[in-house]
Design a protein around this ligand. Structure first.
Ligand code: GLN
Length: 184
């Protein structure tokens, strides 16, 4: 199977390495023409969601990606990638808007912007969470499964074939979240 990794900006190489370690073939999406290559699933990496979102729009990639996600293609959005998926962004519009949650950008403020924690993710214990100027989810529709909370705030969800996490699983040695994604 092949995973397409959005490679416009941000931490996409780390996802490619992790997926390769798990035996997955990856391709990079940098322009609309890249969407013509066959791929089975999608990773939206961390970075700067406003930059990534604007580029997706300018490059004509928002609508085709939205269509595929809505048709059931598995997607993993991490940090900025979660923001790209969110139906609502506090004080802002939205980008792909396929995941029925509301996110707050830079939710931990400047001083607590980056930190490490461990916690439960679904049925798993001791999952490492690395947050870098992370958002959290302030509201999730009833149909959304909440998989992780950190300090009470929602940090990981699943909705059908969409997984959205506020942290960076590609930066920690634990590969369970990527394995879950590859099992969808
Ligand atoms: N603060 C970034 C944003 O709002 C997300 C940071 C990240 O992806 N590590 O897009």
């Amino acid at each position: 199977m092949t995973t397409a990794v959005l490679a416009l900006q941000g931490a996409f190489i780390e996802h490619e390495r992790r997926l390769a370690d798990l035996g997955e073939r990856t391709i990079e999406l940098r322009c609309a023409e890249d969407l013509a290559q066959p791929f089975d699933r999608l990773v939206l990496p961390g970075g700067e969601s406003t930059v990534q979102g604007k580029l997706l729009g300018e490059l004509g990639m928002l609508a085709p990606l939205r269509e595929r996600i809505e048709a059931g293609m598995p997607v993993l959005g991490t940090c900025a990638g979660l923001i790209l998926l969110a139906r609502r962004i506090e004080g802002d519009g939205g980008w792909l808007q396929t995941l029925p949650v509301t996110v707050r950008r830079n939710a931990y403020g400047r001083q607590l912007g980056s930190f490490h924690a461990t916690g439960t993710f679904g049925a798993w214990d001791d999952v490492p969470f690395t947050f870098i100027r992370a958002p959290f989810i302030v509201e999730a529709d009833n149909a959304v499964d909440v998989l992780a909370r950190v300090r009470g705030d929602i940090a990981g969800v699943r909705f059908g074939n969409q997984i959205g996490v506020a942290f960076h699983p590609e930066l920690d040695p634990d590969d369970r979240i990527h394995q879950l994604f590859l099992s969808l």
